[in-house]
Every structure is written in C-alpha cells, then in structure tokens.
Design a protein around this ligand. Structure first.
Ligand code: ADP
Ligand code: MG
Length: 264
C-alpha cells in the first residue's frame, strides 16, 4: 500500500516544489516506487521533472474530471531514467485551474483524486503531491487523499504565523473529511545557520513541535535553484551538492518514518 503525502504550505516560494521533486528523486534513488502528482496549475513540478507540460496528452485535469485514469495519464521522464532516479509523473498545466470551476456542481468533488489514486495504490510505495499555494478545491483534493502533510518552511519570523492557518486547515480536514490526515513533519528549507534569526527560529520550532520537526535540514544551495532550468531535480542534476545530499538524507528519514507508521 502506498503512503500518500502532500507537500503543502499556503505561502508561495517557500520550497514546496523543490521539496517534492527532490524527495521524489531521493526516494527513487533509495529504491522506492514513487508517483509524483503535480497539483499546481503552474506545472513547475512537471517541468522540474523533465516533462514538458505543454506536450502532455492527459494531465491531472483529465483525471479529476474522470476523462482519463491515472494509468492513462501518468508519464515517465527520459531525463530521470538517464539520471537513474526515475519516478512516475502525473503532470499539470494551466488547464488544471479550470478544474476548480468545473467541479463546483459535482458530488464528492473533494474526493476525486483520492478515488483515482486508489486504483494505482498497489504500484507505489510513495505518492507525493505538490500543492499550490492556496486552500483551493485542488489543495482540498490533495489533503483528502493523503495520510500526511510535509510542510517545508523557511526559518524566519513570519513563517510561524503562516503555520497557524495551515495547522487549522489541516485540523478541519481531519475532523470533517479525512480522519487519517496529520502533519508528518516540518522540514526546514533554505537554511543558513550563519543567520542568527534562522537558528533561533529553528530552536523555537523544535521546542514547540518536537518530533514533528524532521532531522534533515535542507541548506540554501544554489545547485538546487539551478536544477529546474535543466528540467531536473537537484538530486539528479548534481548528486554531490550539499542540497542533493540533504534531500537524500531526508528520503532515508521518510523511509524510516513510514516503516514506523506501518508498525503502529
Ligand atoms: P514553492 O513551490 O513553494 O513556490 P519553490 O520550490 O518553487 O517554492 O522554490 C522557490 C524558489 O526558491 C525557486 O526559485 C527555487 O529554485 C528556490 N529554492 C528552493 N529551495 C532552495 C534551496 N534549498 N536553496 C536555494 N534555492 C532554493
Ligand atoms: Mg510550487
């Protein structure tokens, strides 16, 4: 059975997509079967995995509107296969923004992704969902499908404020729509230990959230920022870089976590 995780944070530009594609590649590298779902109409996770969002025959949009199954819509990326870290991709492009409107009158509209994922569940160890920076019907579909939420965050003052909204939303979804849902963990990203404020916020996070803060810390690393322009996750683009190494550690930590979840 696949473990399904949303990578979510209501803020834009905090590292959701970078986390999704690099965790997907890192998990593939350590032998896990992974499906990455791009739930953002910007399609950055699709492009960042080496798939041209404009060339897709089917996307997540077709899956949500039930005009294609995931088995029909998912694709592989040549670049990832060559890089030895291949995962399946359910891509997205601007069309996905329309799904919001088209699903308005549909029954169980927030469960569409969950139902589609159930059909491919046995084929994967992990499903990773890259969420858009909003609490739209799209994000709700992600949260309804998932066992847990991974929250990437920068260790800056306002990051803690943004977290309150996200935690409340997750509580509501947990109470009303998906009793399985929990925050799996907070991932510190773009971290620079030389910045005193970041070290302080990191300590506050650990004091406040304890075990919910992942051990892995993703440093600010220019190779991670360069990789998307080559259509590659940093883990594939420059495996020796500090950023890539940190994501491999994170992938190993996630594998250990799901083994614990399965025993519990
Ligand atoms: P989101 O999906 O939350 O909008 P992105 O993952 O697209 O955020 O990241 C926003 C920007 O920050 C991108 O340009 C990305 O390349 C860059 N970035 C993300 N993580 C890092 C990092 N650890 N080091 C350096 N740049 C990063
Ligand atoms: Mg993004």
């Amino acid at each position: 059975m696949a473990k399904i995780f949303c990578v979510a944070n209501q803020k834009g530009g905090v590292g959701k997509t970078t986390t999704t594609v690099n965790l997907a590649a890192g998990l593939a590298k350590v032998g896990q079967r992974v499906l990455m779902v791009d739930l953002d109409p910007q399609g950055n996770a699709t492009m960042g995995s080496g798939v041209d969002k404009r060339q897709l025959q089917y996307t997540l949009y077709d899956v949500l509107l039930e005009s294609a199954t995931i088995a029909e819509a998912r694709v592989k990326s040549e670049k990832l296969i060559e890089g030895g870290c291949s995962y399946d991709i359910l891509g997205a492009n601007r069309e996905l923004a329309g799904a919001e409107v088209e699903l308005v009158d549909v029954e169980r509209r927030e469960k569409r992704l969950k139902e589609a994922l159930a059909q491919v569940d046995a084929e994967y160890d992990f499903v990773l969902i890259d969420c858009p920076p909003s609490l739209s019907m799209l994000t709700l579909n992600g949260l309804c499908s998932a066992h847990g939420v991974i929250v990437p965050m920068q260790c800056e003052y306002f990051a803690l404020e943004g977290l309150t909204d996200l935690v409340n939303t997750i509580k509501q979804v947990h109470a009303n729509l998906n009793p399985d849902l929990e925050i799996i963990g907070l991932l510190r990203v773009m971290f620079d230990p030389r910045v005193t404020l970041q070290a302080q916020v990191s300590d506050q996070l650990k004091a406040h959230f304890g075990d919910k803060v992942f051990d892995a810390v993703i440093p600010r690393n220019v190779r991670l920022a360069e990789a998307p322009s080559y259509g590659l996750p940093g883990v594939v683009f420059d495996p020796a870089s500090k950023g890539a190494q940190a994501f491999i550690s994170f992938a190993e930590e996630m594998v250990a976590r799901i083994q614990k979840m399965k025993r519990a």
